[in-house]
Design a protein around this ligand. Structure first.
Ligand code: G
Ligand code: G
Ligand code: MN
Ligand code: NA
Length: 253
């Protein structure tokens, strides 16, 4: 398939890049972490977003080498940021196909060690659906990673279905509330009530709550009132290339 050849070519020619979006602690206003998002800098088509190629990569098996590239690039960035006080953690998105590979966890450990990035600097985002459906092997591996200090987060919470018993049993640190639930909290009391209740649920299972897709100061203010811990979104900053992210951090310091 052409897309497979293109993805292979992209890997071999360094066309993948990570951009970084800050996560801010609402109470202190400090940048406490960032999410790494994958971009394909296509020489002819320009920047391509993950939704245009991750599905094809998963179907073709190329998600494994692409996922390895992401982990390697993220570990390198996390190690470079060792001196940036405050930015404690870098989150990566991991697809179900990657995490199901038996060698995923040992490889992750090895990559962190090679870059000299402590496990405590890395956060793994798994989707709500994966979190609800993963088997004992993945669960045990997540628990082992967490025991080493890797933060485990559920992404896009509120878009899939959640088994609440399962949510309690999972080895989890953070839950990211999907932006579809955040989008109208400034206008709708019902939307506010739902997000407030979801934050209560997240705290109830001992996790921190992160709101995604926060675009306005009004939304930020509402989230502070209803006890959300962290926010991410255009109201803080768009995803940025590493140099721009560094400059952005320095400006705020
Ligand atoms: O900017 P945005 O289009 O970057 O991201 C859209 C989606 O792509 C997100 O839901 C995210 O989970 C997914 N995504 C972004 N980066 C990666 C990555 O490195 N690996 C995988 N598997 N998914 C990613
Ligand atoms: O599913 P995941 O949360 O990993 O995807 C993050 C996606 O959300 C990326 O595509 C990122 O570019 C996008 N994004 C980040 N902040 C905002 C925001 O404030 N508004 C909107 N509409 N999208 C955002
Ligand atoms: Mn994510
Ligand atoms: Na998300």
């Amino acid at each position: 398939l052409q897309i497979e050849r293109d993805l292979r070519h992209a890997l071999d020619h360094g066309e993948f890049a990570l951009v970084f979006q800050p996560q801010v602690d609402l109470a202190s206003g400090r940048t406490v972490g960032a999410e790494a998002l994958l971009r394909w800098e296509h020489p002819l088509l320009g920047t391509r977003l993950p939704q245009s190629f991750i599905g094809r990569a998963e179907d073709s098996g190329l998600i494994a080498p692409i996922g390895d590239w992401v982990i390697d690039a993220a570990a390198a960035a996390a190690a470079r940021w060792a001196d940036h006080a405050g930015v404690a953690r870098l989150a990566i998105n991991v697809s179900p196909r990657e995490i199901a590979r038996p060698e995923f966890f040992s490889r992750l450990r090895a990559v962190l060690a090679r870059h000299g990035a402590p496990a405590s600097r890395l956060e793994i985002e798994i989707t709500e659906t994966l979190a609800m459906e993963c088997g004992e092997t993945v669960l045990a591996a997540l628990a082992a990673l967490r025991a080493e200090g890797v933060t485990i987060a559920i992404d896009d919470f509120g878009t899939g279905y959640s088994n609440l018993a399962r949510l309690r049993a999972l080895p989890l640190d953070k839950v990211k509330i999907d932006r579809s639930l955040i989008v109208d909290i400034a206008e709708s009391e019902e939307a506010r009530n739902v997000v407030h209740a979801v934050i209560g649920l997240i705290h109830g299972v001992g996790c921190l709550a992160v709101a995604e897709g926060v675009e306005t100061e009004e939304q930020r203010a509402v989230l502070a009132v209803i006890g959300c811990d962290m926010i991410q979104g255009y109201a803080v900053a768009r995803p940025m290339a590493e140099a721009a992210f560094g400059a952005w951090l320095n400006e705020r310091a």
